[in-house]
Design a protein around this ligand. Structure first.
Ligand code: IPE
Ligand code: IPE
Ligand code: MG
Length: 247
């Protein structure tokens, strides 16, 4: 007989929440003899396509890693090119929100205060213009998982909490509007987390593909989701067939 209420262990067909570490833009460009910034332009173009593919498979929450708190270490011209892309992208989202195209809510995760003013203002405007749609796209921009946890703890203390709990801290995370990712995909083949969603990915399934982000498409996504569907999630418990206690 079960003594404790168990977490759900059966894997859903489509994950509700998917996060992607969009890596490999630089290598994509290098292989073509192009500057790294050309890889970032191509990577940004791919975002809307992949969002469409995710939505069509029934995913409701997407979190995309666009720029980490460590990416400021890159050469100034690359950082500048990326900031230009983010500003253009936010403009595109605002323009799109005024049309009949498939709508989504955008939320930028991360410390906006370090972003150039022109980027920060457009990000805030894009968030305001798109509020209220059920399909949510979080874009992690100047985002770091460690920074997020420290930020959340300070914000909770400033609000008068004197003792923190997992539940309280979760409410102060940049991702408070979205469920934890069921699936984290990393393109570009590296087996590491690179300071992404450290808190939220505690029980996420990870799928790593060698495909570089600008080449990641619906077929690649399908492979990642089918890999996800082969996994058995236990959340620290047991598989259903093993859960009848024989101790
Ligand atoms: C990811 O692509 C985009 C950002 C980190 C902004 P990279 O620029 O890291 O591409 P690689 O890893 O050098 O190929
Ligand atoms: C992770 O990629 C950050 C983004 C995709 C935005 P990086 O290229 O910065 O990660 P490392 O340096 O290889 O760990
Ligand atoms: Mg990289």
């Amino acid at each position: 007989m079960a003594l404790f209420k168990k977490e759900k262990t059966n894997t859903p067909k489509a994950p509700e929440s998917v996060a992607i570490i969009m890596d490999g833009n630089g290598r994509w460009a290098k292989r073509r003899g192009l500057p790294r910034s050309a890889g970032h332009v191509e990577g940004a173009k791919n975002v809307m396509n992949v969002l469409r593919e995710l939505r069509s498979r029934g995913v409701h929450h997407v979190t995309l890693y666009a720029f980490s708190t460590e990416n400021w270490k890159r050469p100034d011209d690359e950082v500048l090119a990326l900031m230009d892309i983010f500003a253009q992208y936010a403009d595109k989202i605002i323009a799109r929100s005024k049309t009949d195209e498939e709508q989504f809510t955008v939320k930028f995760l991360g410390d906006k205060s370090r972003l150039p003013e022109r980027v920060r203002e457009k990000c805030v405007a894009a968030e305001e213009a798109t509020a209220g749609h059920p399909f949510v796209c979080n874009i992690a921009l100047n985002y770091g998982g460690r920074d997020e946890i420290v930020h959340a703890a300070n914000a909770a203390l400033a609000d008068g909490h004197t003792v923190l709990s997992e539940e309280i801290l979760s409410r102060y995370m940049y991702t408070a509007l979205s469920p934890d990712p069921d699936l984290v995909i990393r393109t570009g083949g590296e087996f590491r987390i690179s300071n992404f969603l450290l808190w939220q990915s505690a029980y996420s399934e990870f799928v790593i593909t060698d495909t570089l982000w600008p080449d990641f498409d619906g077929a690649e996504l399908e492979k990642c989701i089918s890999e996800f569907n082969k996994r058995t999630r236990r959340f620290g418990g047991l598989n259903p067939e093993d859960s009848e206690s024989k101790v």
